[in-house]
Design a binder for this molecule. Structure first.
Ligand code: SF4
Length: 401
């Protein structure tokens, strides 16, 4: 982790670095940092966009989903978060199974394929109300509930669950894998400095980087397709961002299970300790996305379009190939201030950059036929949605773009 961060900026010109890259398609940490410091954004973007075309053709994907906010209670307190609630807040949520299934059925009517299940971090460890809610449903932990409801979602709607529950154990992961086509866990940052007094993760022990990295590696050991990524602008340095991109690359080289890297730009929220912090500038964020493509030319790289409402099309020029989950039904409960673009708008903007918008499942095509990565319980449901290219069949979506 941070102990590895000791690279110095060499005096290489940007064009030398880019030329070197073109001859061997690899980049050092030093060179990546020089690019991040550079003002020659266009040259970097030109290269990353060409890599995207080389490795991902002219397709940009999204996952058509419903967002199941199963509970927003959380044991942690991140300084930027407005998602978490206390049980006495009027907007706290503890969904019952019938509510989850009703929402899933609505998602099915709108031709969604993904049931995204999101929760705060182990709320039962902090709140008696959460314990009672779970006990009344017959569970001792949130993970137990999600394992069970995932099976019911599949059985009653055919939607494919993708759960994001924070740090989970190997045993929980194993059981979730039976009815989740993939799982999500943001690394956010491997900077331990963020746990210190006054920093963004001071009161969020679950964001301890070594714990998060272990969960990401465990997903790899268990052959679980994993969505992970970085949250940019929460107090980390440029060196740490570069280091984290290399870290995720090395984990994926070892386990081959990272299906997608989300690069998320921090957005300050009112009434949080970080409300006065700036979000990263568009140019800076573009360079990070571009450099991520250079470091991992074949990786699926996503930016959430709702968090860059005025400029998301520019990230096509930086080499992204995915817009993440978009819902025609539910809002982004983590960022309710930022509405997702309509899918028609996304299609228009994607096509205006000479790209094709295609719906993917919450598991990426390259993992669908990878041995042992998809549970046998899910195989038929997955096949039901997809064509030979392993993307969602156009005819499934035709009525409800
Ligand atoms: S970001 Fe996640 S872990 Fe942090 S407070 Fe919010 S819900 Fe909890």
């Amino acid at each position: 982790m941070n102990s590895e961060i000791s690279f110095s900026i060499k005096d290489d010109s940007i064009s030398e670095i880019l030329q070197r890259y073109q001859s061997n398609t690899t980049i050092t940490k030093n060179d990546a940092l020089v690019l991040l410091e550079s003002t020659d954004i266009l040259s970097i973007l030109k290269l990353s966009a060409s890599l995207k075309t080389r490795f991902k053709k002219d397709v940009i994907t999204y996952s058509r989903k419903i967002f199941i906010n199963i509970t927003n209670l959380c044991r942690d307190f991140c300084s930027y978060c407005t998602y978490r609630k206390n049980p006495f807040d009027s907007s706290s949520i503890m969904m019952k199974p019938a509510e989850v299934l009703n929402l899933s059925k609505i998602g099915k009517k709108f031709h969604c394929t993904e049931a995204l299940i999101v929760a705060g971090e182990r709320p039962e460890e902090r709140y008696t109300e959460a314990k009672i809610w779970l006990r009344q449903l017959g569970y001792t932990s949130l993970a137990e509930y999600v394992i069970d409801i995932s099976e019911k979602i599949v059985k009653y709607t055919g939607l494919l669950p993708h759960s994001n529950l924070g740090n989970i154990t190997k045993e929980e992961m194993k059981l979730l894998k039976m009815y989740n086509v993939s799982l999500g866990l943001m690394l956010e940052s491997s900077s331990e400095k963020l746990l210190e007094k006054g920093m963004s993760h001071e009161f969020a022990p679950s964001k301890n980087p070594s714990k998060r990295i272990e969960v990401i590696k465990n997903a790899g050991r268990m052959k679980i397709p994993l969505t992970t990524g970085l949250l940019i602008g929460i107090g980390e340095t440029k060196e740490e961002i570069i280091n984290d991109l290399f870290l995720l690359k090395s984990i994926n080289n070892e386990f081959g299970n990272i299906q997608e890297i989300i690069l998320q730009n921090f957005q300050p929220k009112r009434n949080t300790r970080m409300q006065g912090f700036p979000s990263p500038s568009n140019d800076y964020f573009l360079k990070i996305v571009s450099i991520a493509r250079l470091i991992m030319p074949n990786m699926n790289i996503q930016i959430p379009p709702n968090l860059s409402p005025r400029s998301f099309s520019s990230f096509i020029d930086a080499g992204i190939n995915d817009w993440g989950g978009i819902s025609p039904v539910t809002i982004d409960h983590v960022n309710p201030e930022f509405l997702w673009p309509k899918i028609e708008e996304l299609k228009y903007i994607t096509e205006s950059k000479c790209q094709r918008l295609r719906a993917r499942l919450p598991v990426y095509p390259e993992f669908i036929d990878k041995h042992d990565f998809i549970s046998s319980h899910l195989r038929n449901y997955v096949e039901n949605f997809i064509g030979l290219d392993r993307l969602v069949k156009e005819e499934y979506l035709v009525e409800f773009r």
